[in-house]
Design a protein around this ligand. Sequence first.
Ligand SMILES: [Ca+2]
Length: 306
Amino acid sequence: AEPPWHVETSWPLFLGSFKQHACWTYHASDKDMSYTEAEAWCTQHFTHLVAIQNQEENKHLNEAFPANKNHYWIGIRKKNNEWVWTGTNKPLTEEAKNWARGEPNNRRTNEDCVEIYIKRARDAGKWNDEACSKRKAALCYTVVPCDQLDEPSHGTLECRHPVRDFSFNSSCHVRCSEGYAPTGLEPVTCTASGNWSAPIPVCEAVKCPVPQKPANGSLNCSHPVGHFAWNSSCNFACQEGFLLKGSDKLQCRAAGEWDGREPECEGNAPSPSPFLLTQSSLFFTWPPLCNMPKFTRDVVCSSGEV
Ligand SMILES: [Ca+2]
């Protein structure tokens, strides 16, 4: 059933050295329960028992929620003789402490859990250590969830959700199918403000280097997936009189490499030519009747007569 109390607010949240603007929603149960039950109830319906960041938050909770005879459990308990936040297992810092006068007193020697006094005549908004078996309302929080991410084209989405699906601290990365690679390798994380730390990568077809047209030859490529990408294939041919040395077809592999070396077009040694230009405006001749000693500038021998 829907709990009766929902209060929306936002606080600057300190995560390590980062200050983020977190949007929290607080929720309280309408029934009293033990600490263990309260933790389970918050985890099931929301995120956790409240983790209080600062004195203003204590004050705000005291103003926002109605008095409850047995008060409210919050997310602090004693572990190995130290007060820790149950959501993070981090020790409570001195600045964050907000004990009521004379507390924590461990009066019954088993006061290992913490409650907050809401609208109490004395010490309103302050904390008290209590036996965990006592029954109190659960005071929970949630943070604004992040947008749910879709599976990428040509890949799958792999996510970890330490808190709830696509919410605070969820992290996702994409795994691409064969022939595709993600545009980023770092996982994206859902921040406390309900935004992803970065756009989710997409899967792009793996590219091969653009092949060179062989000298005295030609190249004809087809691209079923993308421009010189995975599965593109190129056919090589040589001009007449040249011989293809190497494979006449290359295919782009999933790793972004061609499956062979680019071929070359090999010609024979240049055949003697009737007009072989060796120097501007000087011509040798063929057949060799009109011979070297006889040639003159700008004269072309065609039949052996000069
Ligand atoms: Ca106490």
